[in-house]
Design a protein around this ligand. Sequence first.
Ligand code: NAD
Length: 376
Amino acid sequence: MKVLAILYTGARAAVQEPRLLGTVENKLGLEKWLASRGHELIGTFNVLLPILSMPDEWLLVSSDKEGPNSDFQKHLVDAEVLITTPFHPGYLTRDLMEKAKNLRLCVTAGVGSDHIDLNAAIDNKVQVLEVTGSNVTSVAEHVVMDILALVRNFIPAHEMIERGDWQVSDIARNAFDLEGKVVGTIGAGRIGYRVLQRLLPFDCKELLYYDYATLPKEAEQAVKARRVEDIEEFVSECDVVTVNAPLHEGTRGLINEKLLSKFKPGAWLVNTARGAICDQDAVASALKSGQLRGYAGDVWNVQPAPADHPWRTMKNPLGGGNGMTPHYSGTTIDAQARYAAGTKSILENYFDGKEQEPANVIVGDGAWATKAYGQR
Ligand code: NAD
């Protein structure tokens, strides 16, 4: 049994904070757990702790994921189980999957498995599971924070204070209340719905959603949300758009130059779903021109984002409007406890031949098991 886990490097923080479970150093707590299940031949390797010989049964944990000589590509070839996380995605292309002859199970420690070619997983009968729901509240809270940070022009205000300046008018000229604004979510699943629930007390003018799946009537009424079926009409009505849909063929590049031109001039856009849902250059120029007043999120089309990625430094004409962070909204300490526990439970079911929790299955038995990754 060969289990390969690609996680992010925690370095000093992971040593000081053992609850950073999603790191190479703390290995999702798998090392101890596997040993407690009687897997005695467990060797744990990573770039920090290389060993020379391989036992028959091993867990390889590494953050080294790019290129043919990476631990990811070298050890994928004979791994049976692959554990990855969206925060530091090991991109499992069709080409790599076809070389991984023993691969049976991919587990996403978190939510969002688009870094795996899901169509190739279907063709190669590789199951893909994620820890559904594990970090949806963490992300919904982040979305609300990003919306407020942009609408209230918080980040330039704080930066001004650190610089030693004090010019209230420079900040106030672009600061608004969320009350009375129209906010809409693209995707009203677990995260999108939680965002709507959290926005309800802000007395927005209206809450809208765009999703091919209609919310049940009672759920719609509980958050007083209205569904808009046409995406152009939807964005033209929103002061704030938040993206909460998975990345798939139907959402890749969905927010492009054409759609951005249909937004209300000066709207705010928050995307904590996946970077590639928004066109990188179209967003940067919409912010530069003022068509977007602000853009915030934690997800990037390539992760880690290169140092010169335009989203790191893009600004609106008044020098603000950028609320980008590294991908961390779904990897709070609380979320890590949940997705580490969920990963173990998926592995346990797999080892013991038990049925998996249906909500966790994205691809199972050579077929789609979810309706969330596009209309088919
Ligand atoms: P979910 O499956 O509960 O909901 C997704 C919703 O999106 C569904 O209602 C689905 O019908 C809808 N959808 C799919 N395609 C659509 C389209 N083309 N247009 C409109 N709606 C569409 O998933 P969730 O738990 O809410 O998570 C959503 C996504 O958020 C994940 O797939 C992941 O990419 C992202 N995410 C990010 C983080 C983070 O740390 N930033 C953490 C968790 C999840």
